[in-house]
Ligand binder design. Structure first.
Ligand code: NAD
Length: 262
């Protein structure tokens, strides 16, 4: 028996990467899952994979969640399919990573939209139902670059800093209603994109304009000398979503191989 039997989970930004890995883990723990992404390609196939992994039912909803209508549409699709939501994972995001002065107004807006507005609108859409049922889990995907700084991350950190900060006030305001708010804050994660950069050939280094191989970056900057696996992030999200984590609220949880410590 999984830890999330009979739970309904919504995972945003789950067409690929860490979001897909989280959705798969929650499905494996027995949750029914709604996957949602602005990129609808492949979402149907993701649902089939989730049901094979253990989800009693998985449904998908394609939308831009950085606008209120997108988040409200996701809520409607979730209620139509399952009647309620127990777990909301605000994973949609990703950076437009570049030196600060090379950002355009457009790329700065995209960065805030993808990371911060998606989380804000989804919380606003899903929270009233959680308050009514007197239980819920909201888990935001943050980033440890907020703490470490990291080259070319100022715009991204502005967005993720907001994602971190929003949960403290929410936790304080709604703790007595049985809803918890937490942030999972990874350092570097070995996603499909990073895996593609791991090749040793000169062509790959040139393609991604890398002067240092990512493996050497990990050795130099991360005490564990490796990037975090997507499944390790997903396992932590599954714990925070479980009944065992009911007293864990308003916290930023770094997953970073000891790269940064409080
Ligand atoms: N990869 C890392 O090393 C790392 C480190 C720290 C934090 N994070 C964060 O973890 C999360 C997942 O990272 P990833 O590497 O898997 O990213 P990714 O870019 O592979 O996936 C993010 C997904 O979010 C979706 N998305 C973006 N904007 C959206 C919108 N407006 N509406 C709906 N969906 C939208 C994208 O289409 C994409 O499928 C992100 O929030 C990212 O910022 C990643």
């Amino acid at each position: 028996m999984g830890t999330l039997e009979n739970k309904i989970a919504v995972v945003t930004g789950s067409a690929r990467g860490i979001g897909k890995s989280i959705a798969t883990r929650l499905a494996r723990e027995g949750a029914s899952v709604v996957v949602s992404d602005v990129n609808g390609d492949g979402l149907e196939a993701v649902c089939a994979e989730l049901e094979a992994a253990g989800a009693p039912k998985a449904v998908h909803f394609a939308a831009d969640l950085s606008v209120e209508e997108g988040a409200q549409g996701l809520l409607t699709a979730t209620l139509d399919a399952f009647g309620r939501c127990d777990i909301l994972v605000n994973n949609a995001g990703g950076g437009v990573i570049r030196p600060f002065l090379e950002h355009t107004p457009e790329t700065l807006r995209q960065t805030i939209d993808r990371n911060l507005w998606t989380a804000l609108w989804c919380v606003r859409a899903f929270l009233p139902g959680m308050l009514e049922q007197k239980s819920g889990r909201v888990i935001n995907m943050g980033a440890d670059s907020v703490h470490t700084g990291t080259y070319s991350h100022a715009g991204y950190n502005a967005a993720k800093g907001g994602v971190h900060a929003m949960i403290t006030g929410l936790a304080f305001e709604f703790a007595k209603h049985g809803v918890t708010f937490n942030v999972v804050s990874p350092g570097g994660v070995l996603t499909e994109d990073l895996q593609a950069m791991m090749s040793d050939d000169a062509e790959t280094l040139a393609k991604y304009k890398m002067s240092v191989h990512p493996r050497d970056v990990a050795k130099r900057e991360i005490p564990s000398e490796r990037f975090t696996e997507m499944a390790e992030v997903a396992a932590y999200v599954a714990f925070l979503a479980s009944d065992d984590a009911s007293a864990v609220n308003g916290q930023i949880h770094s997953i970073n191989g000891a790269q940064w410590m409080m």
